[in-house]
Write a protein that binds this ligand. Structure first.
Ligand code: CP
Length: 310
């Protein structure tokens, strides 16, 4: 029996394959109950602080309402609202918040600072996206893949575009489940060795494979899932022209999807830049699983919250 009580949720690789599968199974149960209108107050009376240093649609709403569905009370702390890391040390903020709250969800660009907060907090801390990972997104992504395909071992997931924090976490989760993962992008934008070493180590243990290629035909071959993400992030505005040119061949179009497995689905963590990394026709087409993926953010997060905070 695996107990996750009291654990932080900071990175996919902090969890065993069995623990991650427990989160997937708990998600299945909670989603089934929610569809029947059943909301068990597993976290009745508990409080969760939601700290953001950037805007959010999915993360803010899914955590806030998801926690309420579990019977708890959540507190939205918008960017710039806390002294955290500016007028007050991370250590002091962590210790003070631990006296008020039962858990912290934090979106914070600097992962090292987020880890410091988790180290000094006496309560579970959940990473809701940093500069190097987005583990909550990976949970929803993999859950969506499981829902669509059932047994995921041997599936081929191909990502087209810039290495991004959501996809670094997705590749990690795939490497723990025996899923074959291909990152298809110009060499300059491929994933660094410090991450790929971890993926390859997991693949050795759990089956599956990880590879990177510039070749779109190699990326599309037998792909069951095509994933894309934005081509530039906040702070990369000066690189827009260079990136747009480099990634143009990797735009996800219906023609690109036609080269994949006949049952291919398209995924994107959203927000998407329609007409840039993906066309409107794909976003609005029958192969897009993007809204299921967004909905599953709430079910998977409820699973994590119920496992670590109950
Ligand atoms: N995918 C995701 O994290 O979306 P938000 O930025 O809207 O939270």
């Amino acid at each position: 029996m695996h107990s996750l009580t009291g654990k932080d949720f900071m990175a996919i690789n902090d969890f065993t394959r069995e623990e991650l599968l427990l989160i997937m199974e708990t998600t299945r149960e909670l989603k089934l109950e929610a569809k029947r209108g059943i909301y068990q107050p597993i976290l009745k009376g508990k409080s969760l602080g939601l700290i953001f240093d950037q805007p959010s649609t999915r993360t803010r709403i899914s955590f806030e309402l998801g926690f309420q569905q579990l019977g708890g009370y959540s507190l939205y702390l918008k960017p710039g609202e806390l002294h955290l890391g500016k007028k007050e040390s991370i250590k002091d903020t962590a210790r003070v918040l631990s006296r008020y709250l039962d858990g912290i969800m934090i979106r914070w660009n600097n992962f090292e600072e987020m880890k410091e907060l988790a180290e000094y907090a006496d309560i579970p801390v959940i990473n809701a996206m940093s500069d190097v990972n987005h583990p909550c997104q990976a949970l929803a992504d993999v859950y969506t893949i499981i829902e669509r395909f059932g047994n995921v071992e041997g599936l081929n997931v191909s990502f087209f575009g810039d290495r991004s924090h959501p996809t670094l976490s997705l590749a990690m989760f795939c490497s723990k489940l025996g899923i074959n993962y291909t990152h298809c992008a110009p060499k300059k934008y491929q994933i660094e060795k410090k991450w790929t070493d971890q993926y390859e180590e997991n693949c050795k243990k759990f089956g599956g494979s990880f590879r990177q290629t510039e070749d779109i035909d190699e990326g599309t071959k037998n792909a069951h899932v095509v994933y894309s993400d934005v081509w530039w992030w906040l702070g990369q505005e000066g690189e827009v022209n260079e990136r747009a040119k480099a990634f143009a061949p990797y735009q996800v179009t219906n023609q690109l999807l036609d080269k994949c497995d006949k049952d291919v689905i398209f995924m994107h963590c959203l927000p998407a830049t329609r007409g840039v990394e993906v066309t409107d026709a794909v976003m609005d087409g029958p192969r897009a699983a993007i809204y299921d993926e967004a909905e599953n953010r709430m079910h998977t997060e409820k699973a994590v919250l119920s496992l670590i905070m109950s």
